[in-house]
Write a protein that binds this ligand. Sequence first.
Ligand code: 6GU
Length: 225
Amino acid sequence: MRIDILTILPELLEGPFSASIMKRAQDKGHVDIHLHNIRDYSTDKHKNVDDYQYGGGAGMVMSIEPIVTIIEKLQKERFYDDVIFMTPDGTLLEQGVCNELSLKKNLILLCGHYKGIDERIREHFITKELSIGSYVLSGGELAAAVLTDAIVRLLPGVLNNETSALTDSFQDNLLSPPVYTRPPEYRGWKVPKILLSGNFPEIEKWREKKAQERTQERRPDLFDK
Ligand code: 6GU
């Protein structure tokens, strides 16, 4: 899979992809992540990438030209399944969307900033708009990092059996049950006896019950699904 991220702050995205699972996924060739600095495509003499909005009002708007230049350059090189705009007014990101996107071959993620992007970019190039939650971030970069991480960990070969994405919270609309490791007792706080019993069918039942209780308590919206 290939992911091209269009941003005015590429340095914000270098960190999240240079460690742990995301780094290994790239090193092993499961994903190819390319960062593009929108400013490099500005033809403005000051390398501006934003401008005042027509009709007046506070807040700058990201200009159409540099963004269209990169998108069209990339689309000439290969077919893109989706051109995704990261914006707080997009569709709320959920596991199902991540699962679907993990099956695609090439994606473009555009990180929004300022008051937004010239609406004509959305009309003519954007195929999906995604938000990562009901709060406002300074820009779409961290959201793009979240989306990329959520997709990449689903790619075959990225996780091993032990960390398999199939047992993640949300894959079955259930939160994970509590987990414990050694020691069996710490300051008098004991690990539930059942987990030390070696009775695996009973342990599985216990985990299922705890997962259901936790989901009902914390995320009744998921439980109803
Ligand atoms: Cl995708 N962008 C911004 N700027 N804020 C957000 C968001 C995206 N998702 C939630 N808040």
